[in-house]
Design a binder for this molecule. Structure first.
Ligand SMILES: Nc1ncnc2c1ncn2[C@@H]1O[C@H](COP(=O)(O)OP(=O)(O)OP(=O)(O)O)[C@@H](O)[C@H]1O
Length: 240
């Protein structure tokens, strides 16, 4: 099967702190890949390395067959990678509609009208400023903005963080819809149970090392293993 993305042996540092110790992973085209792990395991750092925000010092990154290892972030994004960072990073002082006008359109099926169809709530709030939105609305805006790049690969960093359970379901439904649209997805999550339900493949990181890679359903069937590998709490399988 073709890989949308593959990373081999990434070593990433913040100054002298060695955070990723040879991380390898692959996102199959048209599939959802979950990247799990407890707080501080290195998930965000992995995504930042893939996007060229914190470039890896060693290793190789291939996205849709191109070696992007040394590419600056804008070039990675322009090649069709939509990145929704942790904490959403929308423009607080711009309206919803202005936020959606920020990305450079790459051309393709996603337009602002289509984003409003997908998230009717955003259309209702289109004149409101970013800071007036709820967490769920901000997440939708952040996903909508990434979709306007017409990505072939969507990278989401903890989209469910801080959201009410009902809204979390909605966000996961949207992620599944992205897959149905043919978009490959790399999903970093604290919510192990729900992400394993919708993912095809899964990785677990611990201390900058991949400690599980395999089918998501295999891991989902073994709650004790998820807890052992990723520190998920018994109740919600929320990683701690
Ligand atoms: N800017 C930074 N400078 C120095 N160390 C950092 C920086 N950002 C993260 N770290 C450290 O790198 C390690 C990995 O952090 P990272 O954010 O990648 O983990 P994570 O798995 O995404 O966790 P979380 O769920 O908390 O976001 C942690 O030990 C963290 O303290």
């Amino acid at each position: 099967m073709t890989a949308a993305l593959s990373a081999e042996g990434l070593h990433t540092y913040y100054g002298k702190s060695h955070i990723l110790h040879g991380v390898s992973l692959s996102v199959a085209e048209g599939k959802i890949t979950a990247l799990l792990g407890r707080n501080g395991a290195g998930k965000t750092t992995t995504l930042r390395s893939l996007m060229g925000l914190t470039p890896a010092r060693e290793g190789k990154i291939t996205i849709f067959g191109e070696d992007t290892t040394r590419w600056p972030t804008f070039r990675v994004a322009a090649s069709g990678v939509g990145y929704v960072p942790e904490g959403r990073r929308i423009f607080a002082n711009l309206s919803v509609e202005e936020n959606l006008k920020v990305p450079l359109e790459r051309g393709g099926p996603w337009t602002i009208e289509r984003i409003y169809k997908l998230f009717p709530r955003l259309e209702e709030r289109k004149l409101n400023r970013g800071r007036q939105l709820s967490g769920g609305e901000q997440e939708m805006l952040s996903i909508g903005r990434a979709l306007l790049l017409n990505p072939r690969l969507l990278i989401l960093d903890e989209p469910s963080q801080g959201l009410a359970p009902l809204i979390v379901r909605e966000v996961f439904r949207i992620v599944q819809q992205m897959k149905a649209e043919g978009i490959s997805v790399l999903l970093v999550e604290q919510n192990a149970r729900m992400s394993l339900e919708i993912a095809d493949d899964a990785y677990v990181l611990d201390d900058g090392i991949v400690v599980y890679s395999g089918p998501a359903h295999e891991l989902a069937a073994d709650e004790a293993r998820v807890r052992a590998l990723a520190g998920a709490s018994a109740e919600e399988w929320t990683l701690t």
